[in-house]
Write a protein that binds this ligand. Structure first.
Ligand SMILES: [Zn+2]
Length: 202
């Protein structure tokens, strides 16, 4: 059954079995398209695999790469220009320019880390609520090898006030997800706009 091929949201291993857990890391797998939510999440705090932390915070965090490269180039320029001011004082402006790049890069990377921490916090200590997928579309903002990831948008109702979120996923199984599929959402009680689907979809 092709729609049972799922990528683990924790370790990204491709699972072809129908079981609820990843064959590689043991974490709960995303609910397949067309299925009701499975087991409710365990009580918080839930342990998250270390690899997942590192991936979300650094290796798989676009803002950290982007900001980090910007900060590195800006920092290097600032130092080079600062040294050159010894022979040509007006180059001090170049050093200022490099410093500005450095600062912007650090801020971008910092915001990326903060956002990743908040979403991981939703998985780790978030409150569970019933939710629903409202839209699945190709995310044309992002392209790799001529393909777009899937953008899954969901909503959940908290005592009459509707909240929502979205996740971007490269797993082609998401093409089979339909609006209306019930999912479990975990959200931060102090900021319900920070949420994730449980188990996470990669
Ligand atoms: Zn896994």
């Amino acid at each position: 059954m092709p729609d049972m091929v799922r990528r683990c949201g924790w370790c990204e291993a491709v699972n072809t079995t129908e079981g609820p857990s990843c064959v590689k890391c043991g974490g709960p797998l995303p609910i397949p398209p067309g299925h009701d939510p499975g087991e409710p999440p365990p009580d918080p705090p839930r342990p998250l695999p270390g690899r997942y932390w590192r991936h979300k915070l650094f290796f798989g965090n676009f803002a950290v790469w982007f900001g980090g490269i910007w900060a590195a180039i800006g920092g290097l320029l600032a130092v080079v220009f600062l040294v050159l001011t010894v022979v040509l004082p007006p180059l001090f402006f170049g050093a200022c320019f490099g410093s500005l790049f450095f600062i912007v890069g650090v801020v971008v990377a910092g915001v990326g880390i903060r956002n990743a921490l908040r979403r991981m916090s939703a998985l780790r200590r978030g409150v569970a609520a019933p939710g629903e997928i409202v839209r699945v579309s190709e995310n044309s903002m992002d392209t790799a090898n001529g393909q777009h990831p899937w953008l899954i948008e969901y909503t959940f109702d908290l005592g009459g006030s509707l909240h929502g979120g979205s996740i971007s996923s490269w797993d082609p199984v998401n093409a089979h997800r339909e609006p209306g599929q019930k999912v479990t959402i975990v959200y931060l009680p102090d900021d319900p706009d920070v949420s994730e689907i449980w188990p996470p979809v990669k």
